[in-house]
Write a protein that binds this ligand. Structure first.
Ligand code: MN
Length: 231
């Protein structure tokens, strides 16, 4: 068998402290998973089942990096998020088993064309154009699970040009990693290489070309992204 052209390289993420790379298969994202963020988006943070959207695997960007300001938006937003990486296939997982399917964790930014997302939301259309654009998923080097202190507590924060914009604790997640990954696995068979961006706390807001975003999760990882010129 011969491909009609050379297949694209598999997207991947750096692994902290090594030259090894984590091959990315899919990127799942959880919507509105912190109460204060649900409220700032004009929604009531009830315990409705979590909902998901996706980004293409090749939206992933190693950091530190300069990410171009994307086209077709005047309102690019930062969303700092815990990212978990799946290392073992599974479906219909029990919450108690989710941990054995995790390869590692890190911190990422769910870059969002907020104007396009809200227009789509208001019209009942898909979110893809607001969420799944090129370079929309910068991720810090992954930390293998043995070195991850916790995915259920720890300060998560993001600053723009040194000014704190988002600050919360992973304990504030409405749906914990064990809960939402178990629920996700009822709809999709999870596979090694899947990433899950687990939702953002309150304080989302716009960035413009030249802004420097830094963020992290205490004891886990830090991320550093410069917003570049318009693509
Ligand atoms: Mn998000």
């Amino acid at each position: 068998m011969t491909y009609v052209f050379e297949p694209p390289k598999r997207p991947s993420v750096a692994v902290r402290g090594t030259e090894n790379r984590f091959p990315v298969r899919r990127i799942f994202c959880v919507g509105r998973n912190y109460e204060a963020h649900a409220r700032e988006m004009g929604k009531d943070p009830d315990r409705d089942p979590p909902f998901f959207f996706t980004k293409p695997a090749d939206a992933v960007v190693d950091t530190p990096a300069t990410v171009p300001y994307p086209p077709e938006t005047e309102n690019l937003h930062h969303e700092i998020e815990l990212v978990v990486a799946i290392g073992k296939a599974g479906r219909n997982l029990d919450e108690a088993n989710v941990a054995t399917h995790l390869w590692g964790a890190s911190v990422g930014i769910d870059l969002t064309r907020r104007d396009l997302q809200l227009a789509a939301r208001d019209k009942g259309r898909p979110w893809d154009w607001g969420k799944a654009f090129d370079h929309s998923a910068p991720v810090a080097p992954l930390v293998p699970v043995a070195d991850v202190p916790s995915v259920s507590s720890g300060r998560i924060w993001l600053s723009v040009n040194g000014q704190m914009r988002q600050e919360a604790d992973l304990a504030d997640l409405i749906w914990s990693v064990a809960e939402h990954v178990a629920i996700l696995s009822r709809s999709m068979t999870l596979a090694p290489g899947d990433l899950v961006m687990t939702g953002t706390p309150a304080g989302v807001g716009p960035v413009v070309p030249g802004d420097r975003i830094t963020g992290g999760i205490d004891g886990l990882a830090e991320i550093d992204v410069l917003i570049g010129d318009r693509a």
